[in-house]
Design a protein around this ligand. Structure first.
Ligand code: GLA
Length: 388
C-alpha cells in the first residue's frame, strides 16, 4: 500500500519527499446496536480494512485534501486563516475538515498547513464506518504532526464531536471509539454511559466473521436515525416519571416489562424495548463468548436482528433476505444486520468449512430475490490507528 500511496501522492502534489503514512481501520459491530446513544453497551471490533493517509506538512496556512477514491472532486483546499464552516464546496472533505475544526474548538489550533491524500478500502455507506475511519485517521495525523496531547479516547470523542456538530449527523460514540481503540483479535466491550471498556478476545474455533454487503442504502438514513434517537428519548422521559433512571441502559428486561405501560406512544415503547433488551443481550453475549459458548453468542446475534427488524425497525427488505438466507445455511452460528441500518451490511459467524457454500448460496438467493449482487468479506480483527 505504501508504494501506491507514494505514487499517488507524487502525482497529486509533485513529489513524495518527506511524506508520512498513516492508517485507521473501519469497524464491524458484533452486537449492541442502537444502544450507544441510549446509555447501553456495544461490542464492536476494528477491521484490517480502513483508510490510509499520506501527508506532508506545508510552511504556509493551507490544507489540501485529495481522495484516491473520489478523484473527480480533485484537490479541495482550505485556508487556516479563515473561519472553517461546513460548506457544500468541501464535499467529502467536510469529514477531515470537521476534525481540524473540532481540534480548534478544543483549543488545538494548527499554526501551519499540510497536504493530505486519502485512500480507503472500506466500501462507502455500507455501515462499516468509513466516516469514523477518515475522522480518526485525520485526528491521528494531527496528533502525530503537531504533537497534540490527545489519547485514543480523546480522538474518538473529537471525531464524534465533529461528526455531530460539523457534519450534522447525530451519531453515538461507538464507531469512532471502535476505530480509535481497536485491538487485533479483540472486540471492545464498551459501556457507552461511562466509556469504561474491556477488550474481549474473540476466539472463534473453526469459524470466521463474514460480512455481507447488501450494496443498498436507502434514502433518509440520517433523518431516520435521528427519529430513532428522538423516539428513544421520548420513551426515556415517560419512564423517568416512574423509575429512577438516567438512561434506558439502566434497566433490566424485567424492570422494563413492569414499567413499559408508562410509555404513552406504542412506537416509542417498541423502540425502548429494543434498546433495553439489546443492551442486556450484549452483556449476556460477552459473557457467553468469555465462557466459550459461541453457539449462545450466535443465538443472541439472531435475536438482536429480530429486535432491530420488528421493534426498532431499522432493517429493510434486502437485509432481511440476506439474514433469512444466512440463518438457513449450514455452519452459520449467528447472523444479523450491523451498523446504523436501512441497508448496509450483515455480520455472520460461519464455520470455516462452510464459508464457500455460504457465499455461493446466500449470494445466489439474494440476487434471485432482489436483483442485487451482494459482496462478501471474510474479515480479520485489526488494530486501531498507526503510522506505517
Ligand atoms: C451508527 C452510529 C453509531 C450507532 C450505530 C447503531 O453507526 O454512528 O453511533 O448508533 O449506528 O448501533
Amino acid at each position: 500500500m505504501r508504494e501506491v500511496l507514494e505514487q499517488e501522492f507524487s502525482k497529486v502534489y509533485g513529489s513524495s519527499e518527506g511524506v508520512r503514512y498513516f492508517f485507521a481501520p473501519g469497524r464491524v459491530n458484533l452486537i449492541g446496536e442502537h444502544t450507544d446513544y441510549n446509555g447501553g453497551h456495544v461490542f464492536p471490533c476494528a477491521l484490517t480494512i480502513g483508510t490510509y493517509a499520506a501527508v506532508r506538512e506545508r510552511k504556509d496556512k493551507k490544507v489540501n485534501f485529495y481522495s484516491v477514491n473520489l478523484p473527480d472532486s480533485g484537490v479541495i483546499g482550505i485556508d487556516l486563516t479563515e473561519e472553517l464552516k461546513p460548506t457544500k464546496a468541501l464535499r467529502w472533505a467536510a469529514y477531515p475538515a470537521g476534525v481540524i475544526w473540532a481540534f480548534a474548538q478544543k483549543g488545538m489550533k494548527l499554526d501551519h498547513g499540510f497536504d493530505i491524500l486519502f485512500n480507503g478500502n472500506i466500501p462507502n455507506s455500507s455501515g462499516l464506518s468509513s466516516s469514523a475511519s477518515i475522522e480518526v485517521v485525520t485526528g491521528f495525523v494531527l496528533k502525530s504532526l503537531y504533537g497534540f496531547d490527545v489519547s485514543g479516547v480523546d480522538l474518538a470523542l473529537i471525531g464524534q464531536y465533529s461528526e455531530n456538530n460539523f457534519n450534522g449527523m447525530n451519531c453515538g460514540i461507538m464507531d469512532q471509539f471502535a476505530v480509535s481503540m481497536g485491538k487485533k483479535d479483540c472486540a471492545i466491550f464498551l459501556d457507552c454511559a461511562t466509556l469504561s471498556f474491556e477488550y474481549a478476545s474473540v476466539k472463534l474455533p473453526d469459524a470466521k466473521i463474514v460480512i455481507t454487503n447488501s450494496k443498498v442504502k436507502h434514502h433518509l438514513v440520517d433523518s431516520a436515525y435521528n427519529d430513532r434517537r428522538n423516539e428513544s428519548e421520548e420513551a426515556l422521559k415517560d419512564l423517568q416519571k416512574v423509575c429512577n433512571i438516567k438512561t434506558l441502559g439502566d434497566l433490566s428486561n424485567e424492570e422494563f416489562d413492569k414499567n413499559a405501560d408508562a410509555i404513552k406512544s406504542p412506537v416509542c415503547r417498541k423502540r425502548a424495548k429494543h434498546a433495553v433488551y439489546e443492551n442486556n443481550r450484549t452483556i449476556e453475549a460477552v459473557k457467553a463468548l468469555a465462557d466459550g459458548d459461541i453457539k449462545h453468542f450466535g443465538e443472541l446475534m439472531n435475536q438482536s436482528h429480530i429486535s432491530l427488524r420488528d421493534d426498532y425497525e431499522v432493517s429493510c427488505e434486502e437485509i432481511d433476505v440476506l439474514v433469512d438466507s444466512a440463518w438457513k445455511q449450514p455452519g452459520v452460528l449467528g447472523s444479523r444486520i450491523t451498523g446504523g441500518g436501512f441497508g448496509g451490511c450483515t455480520v455472520s459467524i460461519v464455520k470455516n468449512d462452510c464459508i464457500d457454500a455460504f457465499i455461493e448460496n446466500v449470494g445466489r438467493e439474494y440476487t434471485e430475490k432482489t436483483g442485487e449482487t451482494a459482496e462478501f468479506y471474510v474479515v480479520e480483527i485489526g488494530d486501531g490507528p498507526y503510522e506505517l
